[in-house]
Design a protein around this ligand. Sequence first.
Ligand code: IPE
Ligand code: IPE
Ligand code: MG
Length: 256
Amino acid sequence: MPASSPESLTPSPGPLHVALIMDGNGRWAERRGLPRAMGHREGVQALKRTVQAAPELGIRCLTVFGFSTENWQRPAEEVSDLMGLVRSYVASDLKRLEREGVRVRVLGRRTGLPSDIAAIIERAEATTAHNDKFLLQVAFNYGGRADIIDAAQRYVDLVLAGEAAGPLNEQTLASGLSTAGGPPVDVIVRTSGEQRLSNFLLWEAAYAELVYQNVLWPDYGPAALADVVQQYQNRDRRFGGRPAPGVSPAPALAAG
Ligand code: IPE
Ligand code: IPE
Ligand code: MG
């Protein structure tokens, strides 16, 4: 493309916030005749590569789905392997994340988690709370429906305590979600070829772009993430409106 072409003068902005459904660990392992735990372990390496690559692609926030409220239905041994990975990920990577300016935030319910995992999560959040270069949100024991229910319950509790009144609106409900205060989700990516949300970021998905990639999560890395950025740049976000050609409107804040 010549340097003076309109496209090169006004490049489409890339996504600031990418949410990833990291799927396909089990199939990656099964295809190699390995136990599923090996797929999950390789998945952690893919997560490290992806987090490291994101800032160079202009991304400021990654939200990754690590464990869903439905994943408790898996065999106890697999659940225990997945809990173990939180221990090893934080033990091996927290120092680097802290040094590199990454703030870690964990989305989802703390109740029901083994107490040492809850403590590790709190330590990771506290140690990196001052960082503001990059936000890594890890959805763990997270379900989109549970998160909406919890937000609604928070509002009910405020009303019962006499600290809130009036009908619930979108802004108030969103302020009770575990993603409150974070940037809006620009794109939700699912790996492994499956095309569903599986209870991830249901509220936040309202106007997110959706990208499905055929790569199994343990094979994920900078090239696949760069492909997401490129696909996103070719999308036309309308938020229900009719933008003038070449203009992308900001999402409207719902009226209270
Ligand atoms: C994603 O990989 C990791 C979690 C859900 C925790 P899977 O374990 O779902 O892998 P597949 O989908 O069975 O291949
Ligand atoms: C979604 O993947 C949850 C995570 C990636 C943590 P699943 O593998 O659990 O979803 P389904 O069962 O295929 O819908
Ligand atoms: Mg899966």
